[in-house]
Design a protein around this ligand. Structure first.
Ligand code: DNO
Length: 395
């Protein structure tokens, strides 16, 4: 398994010269500075790639080549947007960067309500509180239909939270929910979020699936021609949110997507933390079922609570059996090597990490501190070494 590390480019407070010291050899990044829908110029890709090379690593996965909201909404004439997307793909492929992670979450990327929840042994973690999310939906956005999405006890607690909250508490909650949007993009305030949600009015699961299928039909044939591997990232959290349908949340969804355009170029990012937040998902079982289509793995763990809340656990603790999951990925790699598949090596990155020790002072991207992820990587490396020891590796 190829050890890799997410780097936000020049915006990142963690420098390549530091990342290389973690022992990771692959970089996962994107041209975050380019607005959604615009073409990624080949020269810019080449320059970023050389910068990474000069630091002694390789750009192994693009995360993400983002999909414009109009494509997700299926709005208007999309010809130019699809053409631009394919042009960016061609530029990436020409530079030899061929694994592309993306998501199809409407409007928001990953969503948390607390970016610095205390961890018992010290440090902080990312947390999703069902109570705070319900307070935001019901009381700050006035979305009454959200009553159907939460347990009665959560709705009552949300009302209490809202009544006793200050302007600062509410502002911080909004900021935390917005923090999942990657890169330098505009964050919404309450009115902005209401307006953006309005654009999705009437969009149900079936309509969003149609738009996703259209995207795959436009993109996957080009990916095949270019020898690229696309891998969809699951929804985080894996449930409808803000009344927006989520269609990459469980094994049925994944099965639907992989069958919608049945091609090796249409693959999956196995994100253990995203999938693991849904109590119906058994992540190692999902990994084994879709193993041949996994192109990239995000390894992290979550601890779920009965009311729908969850928080990010250390990489080897939490509800997902990480050792079993890594074993499933190693089995798949062995199968690919046996079949002489060139792309047998599955890149993974330690996804998210607790803020530990000096991390807080660095003010890094939420979820992406240096020491917390270094701890995660070191633990995962140990699991991989342990499981690989004595395994018969073909060829
Ligand atoms: C969160 C990440 C996601 C992921 C995108 C992929 O930490 O895993 O933001 O990058 O959803 O498009």
């Amino acid at each position: 398994m190829k050890e890799s590390w997410r780097w936000y480019g020049p915006l990142d407070k963690i420098r390549l010269g530091e990342i290389v010291q973690t022992g990771a050899s692959g970089i996962v990044t994107a041209l975050h500075e380019i607005p959604y829908g615009e073409i990624w110029p080949r020269e810019t890709i080449a320059a970023r790639k050389s910068e990474i090379r000069a630091a002694g690593m390789d750009w192994v996965v693009v995360e993400s080549l983002p999909i414009h909201e109009r494509i997700k909404r299926g709005e208007g004439d999309l010809t130019a947007l699809f053409a631009n997307y394919r042009q960016s793909m061609a530029h990436l492929a020409a530079e030899g960067i061929k694994t592309i992670c993306y998501n199809f979450m409407p409007l928001l990327d990953w969503t948390r309500t607390d970016l610095a929840a205390p961890v018992a042994t010290g440090g902080t973690c990312l947390r999703f509180s069902a109570v705070k999310m319900a307070a935001l939906e019901l009381h700050m956005l006035g979305r009454d239909a959200a009553r159907d999405d939460y347990l009665p006890g959560v709705i009552a607690a949300a009302e209490r939270w809202f009544q006793s909250s200050t302007d600062d508490d509410r502002g911080l909650l909004m900021q935390s929910v917005m923090a999942g949007l990657p890169g330098a993009y505009e964050r919404y305030d309450t009115d902005g979020l209401k307006a953006a949600l309005k654009l999705y009015d009437g969009m149900d699961r079936a309509a969003l699936r149609d738009n996703f299928k259209r995207f795959l039909e436009e993109i996957i044939p080009a990916a095949e021609d270019l020898g690229m591997r696309f891998c969809v990232h699951p929804d985080d959290p894996p449930r409808d949110i803000l009344g927006l349908p989520r269609i990459v949340s469980d094994a049925d969804d994944i099965g639907w997507i992989l069958d919608a355009v049945d091609s090796p170029a249409n693959g999956l990012t196995l994100c253990a933390g995203s999938l693991g937040a849904n109590p119906h998902n058994d992540v190692p079982t999902i990994a084994r079922r879709f193993a041949s289509r996994i192109r990239f793995a995000h390894l992290r763990n979550v601890r779920k609570e009965a009311d729908g809340s969850f928080e990010e656990a250390a990489h080897l603790t939490g509800d997902t059996d990480m050792v079993d999951l890594v074993a499933a990925l190693l089995d798949e790699e062995a199968r690919r090597r046996e079949a002489s598949q060139e792309d047998w090596d599955i890149p993974f990155r330690p996804d998210h990490g607790h803020e530990l020790l000096d991390d807080a002072a660095r003010n890094t991207h939420p979820g992406y501190p240096l020491i917390g992820r270094l701890r995660g990587l070191a633990e995962l490396r140990g699991v991989i070494a342990g499981l690989s020891h004595g395994r018969k590796v073909p060829g």
